[in-house]
Write a protein that binds this ligand. Structure first.
Ligand code: HGY
Ligand code: MN
Ligand code: MN
Length: 415
């Protein structure tokens, strides 16, 4: 046993301190990208990284890199890390656990004084959540060369502010935005620890998951134009009710997902804005979100095609106008077999039982996998809950996952 066990207390302390940077503490954790709490959390994490001997740098979209120098710093590095931004009224573990585990793993390796060739970099990826700008994984997407400066200019928040305006106001140098993309081969391997956000590990009574595939999302913003009119004096056969169009699409989406050939297909209408949103007015306009995921890209494409055909028919049937704006169409990412094997060996050496599984949630590793070999470690989520104030993971499970992470990072940095 070269490395000491991870400290539950360290992990708990950093996670709890991180949780104090929160814009709505009475309702779980809300830390939206580049708001005051998130910037304070970034500064706190940078301090923690420095305290643990990591040298800090940031790129032009705000990805933070905390580097533990190896003996051969010219070799391509090993990456770990995750995100610290959250959805609205989230829990305190989604994303943060992977950043804290990365810092703790780096501490264990540094304090053991063991030789390691490759630099180990702990990363905080900018905006894994779509909360502010409607698109997820902005930092890792830019690293994968899938978000240009022009596209970043088009991303607007609810106040109409663009991502680039916000970056500039925070002092990020956009003239270096073109330097963000990472070429294949520039990163040797990347391992992300994350809470499972589902109930599989808890149901199996296992402390560790090893992710085989990360399901990927296809997202739409849908606008329906119907005919606003009086709820009392408009006969049913003369209505063009925009809300009912949204309802039919949501139910069709559920049916397509349930009938899919893949057990990993999921589809959600999570955001609905009904106008004018009055009890005695037939809605003339509705805007809503569509989120479709699968671990199999072809099956996801087939579902999207069937949905578009359904929408076309519905438009004629209900005599409305339906606009489907596709935001992204991401490709599922498979873990690298060699890294998975290293994770399995680490579990076996520590007599920790594990389960190999698909991730229904997407993660920055989905994008990092475009330019580097990746794998992920899951730790259990209590009652399978996430994206909720009730999200919880036990610190001893997180510590176990950190032990596996530290072993894997050390092995990879010497390969
Ligand atoms: O939505 C997701 O899968 C991730 O938690 N942002
Ligand atoms: Mn999330
Ligand atoms: Mn996450």
């Amino acid at each position: 046993m070269v490395l000491k066990p991870a400290s539950e207390l360290n992990i708990k302390n950093i996670l709890e301190k991180l949780n104090t940077f929160n814009s709505d503490p009475k309702n779980g954790t809300t830390r939206i990208l580049f708001t005051k709490p998130e910037i304070e959390a970034r500064n706190y994490i940078k301090e923690e990284m420095k305290k643990n001997g990591l040298t800090i740098r940031e790129d032009s979209i705000g990805n933070i890199f905390g580097t533990l120098k190896g003996n051969n710093p010219d070799l391509s590095p090993i990456w770990t890390g995750s995100h610290i931004d959250t959805v609205i009224n989230a829990g305190m573990f989604d994303g943060m656990t992977g950043v804290v585990a990365g810092i703790e793993a780096a501490r264990l390796i540094k304090e053991a004084g063991v030789q390691h060739k490759r630099n180990i970099e702990v990363i905080v990826y900018t905006s894994e959540e779509p909360t502010r700008f409607g698109l997820g994984c902005l930092g890792s997407r830019a690293m994968a060369g899938c978000l240009s400066l022009e596209q970043a200019k088009e991303l607007k928040d609810e106040e109409g502010k663009s991502l680039t305006e916000v970056l500039e106001s925070l002092g990020y140098n956009l003239s270096e935005f073109h330097k963000i993309p990472v070429k294949k081969g520039e990163v040797f391997a990347a391992v992300e620890l994350h809470v499972e956000q589902g109930g599989v590990l808890e149901a199996l009574g296992l402390p560790i998951g090893i992710v085989k595939t990360i399901s990927a999302p296809t997202n739409f913003e849908v606008s329906v134009k119907g005919k606003q009119s009086h709820a009392g004096s408009t006969p049913m056969n003369l209505r063009h009710d925009a809300f009912l169009v949204c309802s039919e699409i949501a139910l069709e989406l559920e049916k397509l997902a349930k009938e899919s050939d893949s057990e990993d297909t999921v589809a959600t209408v999570g955001q609905v804005n009904v106008l004018p949103n009055a009890s005695n007015v037939i809605s003339g306009e509705v805007h809503f979100s569509i989120d479709i995921r699968d671990s199999n890209y072809e099956i996801k494409c087939k579902l999207v095609k069937e949905l578009m055909e359904f929408v076309k028919e519905l438009e004629k049937k209900r005599e409305v106008i339906i606009e489907m704006k596709q935001i992204n169409d991401d490709v599922p990412t498979h873990s690298d077999d060699k890294i998975v094997k290293i994770l399995e060996e680490a579990c076996n050496e520590k007599n920790i039982y594990y389960h190999k599984m698909v991730s229904g949630a997407f993660h920055d590793s989905m994008m990092v996998g475009r330019f580097a070999p990746i794998a992920m470690i899951f730790v259990p989520s209590k009652d399978g809950i996430s994206h909720s104030p009730d999200e919880w993971s036990d610190y001893d499970d997180i510590a176990k996952g950190t032990d596996i992470l530290a072993d894997a990072l050390l092995k990879l940095s010497n390969s």
